[in-house]
Write a protein that binds this ligand. Structure first.
Ligand code: ADP
Ligand code: MG
Length: 634
């Protein structure tokens, strides 16, 4: 029989370290959280080789008393709670009292600390959880922790680390998140000897975003605040123009703690639904304050995941608040005719001005990042319609720009009109809070110039050129009509005679049966016709005229491809969206009169700016941009 061994302390610590210390970023997280808990308002983090060889965290917090220094490294040694009762009313970030013990078990750790009361500080050197040196030294108030050669004594764990670059990027992400959750703390982050960012500790969230992500992003944010039963949320919502390709910029905090939450992500995305193209995700930073009884943060040692009590109600609150915040605001992306080179020059100019204005602050943000964001934004703007290449070849999209480019290459003498008034300001992304351009009053000032590439309609309005995507607009109008009727319980079904018989695959059939009632509630009349055959006898009135067989397949196809979850309302929305998309696809021609009517109807909608898929229905180009292109303005 095998002998049962009692493990020694060091072994236990090493094993336990696996839970807390997974990689350099988890070490940095624990150390910075300790610094914040110690009341520091200035924290510097420096890493080398992604943090694998070197991590240093310096704070100006309370320091650790001489007599307590060794205790800090004991497992379950904490100054933050005394008993389990304290867990429910937790305000500090750490509480398990195992971070320092775990880190010290798997690295070479040096601690230098001094309290305000003591005249001298202490320096403690530890290796593999064992004290190697201890001395009194002169030190500034606060604590510095150095962590060298992570996992030097646990080679298998070291093997799981990624390339230093990748590990470094995790730390950088973490530092950004920490900086944004602690605007009152001044952070400095250095990577391989270079300052990556620096925050002042005096600014608000927007200022921090500006320093980390640059001006373009900071300018495309709108403030968000909501208070509901037992929770309040403040933060920033990104305009659709800065939507991202992944979820890493959905940044959430609960009671100051950065967390990941599928529930919150889904709720926010659902709130953004009308502004999100497929596979796009919002940029947002949201701080939740939630009653501590309603959340459980003790789910995982790295404390990233939280459990939220009464999830469905919470989901609905968040979704509704985001939707309300976005609805009814001006969301027309402004396209620019400037070439990349011009934009870059302008970026440089802007940056020079900014640097001059803020000479005191070191390294506010990286030049590269601004440029990247700028280019990214441009790409986003021009990609607006590239989602459905079969309808809107990208080449044709670029044409107006190219035409204008060509015009500029061969300059013609254009006499400067004397009465010309030059707009004073620079063109800007349309402000969300400005008076609505798509109001009925504004409609009187519209002038439809004509159609372009059988897809876009050009409209002049005040000092702007509006470009309407007829498919997106059409789809949007149909969708809104359908949903309005649905909400008014006024669904009108239009019979198809003779009915269209469709043969479904097993998968399609299952998908249909699962959502049979949703289809019926929207005005579809579908009957079993034996086996896998179904007879489509009626469709919602607004979709009448688009009843080729493919129509129904397309909806089922898309429906089956998604894991459609959520409220029944959400599901019906999806079906309606797909139906409208499929319906409009077949219909290419549109007359000027129809367009007039379409625009009229578009203007009556709550959110005319995006089609149900999140593509813009309208983009705008300013007179300023155009005049600049013709060198009337320099
Ligand atoms: P926890 O943070 O869960 O209490 P840790 O192992 O991270 O556990 O830290 C143990 C203790 O060491 C803390 O409770 C705190 O008293 C002390 N400590 C750690 N880091 C610092 C710091 N930067 N400044 C002051 N005290 C610290
Ligand atoms: Mg801690």
């Amino acid at each position: 029989m095998a002998k049962i061994n009692i493990l020694d302390h060091q072994t236990i610590d090493k094993i336990a370290a696996g839970e807390v210390v997974e990689r350099p970023s988890s070490v940095v997280k624990e150390l910075v959280e300790n610094a914040i808990d110690a009341g520091a308002d200035a924290i510097t983090v420096e890493i080398k080789e992604g943090g694998t060889s070197f991590i240093r965290v310096t704070d100006n917090g309370s320091g650790i008393e001489k007599s307590q220094v060794e205790n800090a490294f004991l497992r379950h040694a904490t100054s933050k709670i005394t008993s389990a009762e304290d867990l429910t009313s937790l305000v500090s970030l750490g509480f398990r009292g195992e971070a320092l013990a775990s880190i010290a078990a798997v690295a070479q750790v040096e601690l230098i600390t001094k309290t305000p009361e003591d005249l001298t500080g202490v320096r403690l050197l530890m290796e593999g959880g064992v004290v190697k040196e201890r001395e009194e030294i002169g030190a500034p108030q606060g604590t510095t922790l150095l962590v060298r050669n992570l996992f030097y004594n646990t080679p298998p764990r070291k093997k799981f680390l990624k390339q230093p670059r990748t590990e470094g990027s995790y730390v950088a992400d973490l530092m950004e998140h920490l900086a944004m959750s602690n605007p009152q703390v001044s952070f400095k982050f250095l990577l391989n000897g270079q300052t990556k960012f620096y925050t002042t500790g005096s600014g608000g969230l927007r200022e921090i975003v500006y320093r980390i992500y640059g001006k373009e992003i900071a300018d495309a944010l709108t403030d968000f605040h909501c208070e509901r039963d037992g929770m309040s949320v403040t933060g920033l919502l990104g305009k659709p123009v800065i939507n991202r390709a992944n979820r890493s910029y959905e940044i959430f905090y609960i009671n100051g703690r950065y967390i990941r939450s599928t529930l919150i992500s889904k709720a926010v995305e659902e709130g953004y639904r009308e502004y999100l193209m497929q596979h796009k995700f919002p940029f947002c930073i949201l701080h939740f304050q939630v009653d501590t009884e309603k959340i459980d943060v003790n789910v995982h040692p790295s404390k990233m995941e939280v459990r939220i009590a009464d999830g469905p109600a919470f989901y609905e609150e968040v979704r509704g608040a985001v939707e309300d915040a976005l609805r009814g605001r001006e969301m027309i992306p402004e396209v620019s005719l400037s070439t990349e080179k011009e934009q870059r020059e302008e970026a440089k100019k802007e940056e020079r001005e900014e640097t001059r204005a803020r000479q005191a602050a070191p390294e506010p943000f990286e030049t590269n990042r601004i440029l990247q964001n700028r280019i990214l934004r441009q790409t986003v703007e021009y990609r607006v319609a590239a989602d459905e290449p079969e309808e809107m070849p990208q080449a044709s999209l670029k044409k107006p720009e190219e035409m204008l480019k060509a015009a500029v290459k061969e300059p013609v003498e254009i006499p400067q009109a004397e009465t010309e008034t030059v707009p004073a300001g620079k063109p800007e992304q349309m402000e969300l809070f400005d008076g609505r351009m798509l109001s009925e009053k504004a409609r009187e000032q519209y002038e439809i110039i004509g159609q372009l590439f059988e897809t876009y309609w050009l409209i002049s309005y005040q000092d702007k050129l509006l470009i309407v995507d007829q498919h997106a607009a059409h789809e949007k109008v149909k969708y809104e009509r359908l949903m309005r009727r649905f909400h008014e319980k006024n669904i009108v079904s239009q019979s198809i005679n003779p009915p269209v018989i469709v043969t479904l695959s097993n998968r399609e059939k299952e998908c249909y049966l699962q959502h049979r009632e949703d289809f019926a509630s929207l005005g579809f009349e579908i009957e079993a016709f034996g086996g896998n055959d179904y007879a489509v006898r009626g469709v919602p009135m607004d979709l009448y005229g688009y009843t080729e067989e493919s129509f129904f397949y397309e909806i089922l196809d898309e429906l089956a491809a998604e894991t459609v979850t959520g409220t029944p309302e959400g599901i019906r929305n999806r079906i309606a969206t797909m139906a409208c998309k499929a319906a409009v696809k077949g219909n290419m021609r549109i007359s000027r009169q129809e367009m007039e009517a379409l625009i009229d109807e578009l203007l009556t909608l709550d959110n005319p700016y995006n089609c149900p898929h999140g593509r813009p229905t309208i983009v705008s180009m300013s007179k300023y941009e155009i005049e600049k292109k013709f060198k009337r303005i320099v």
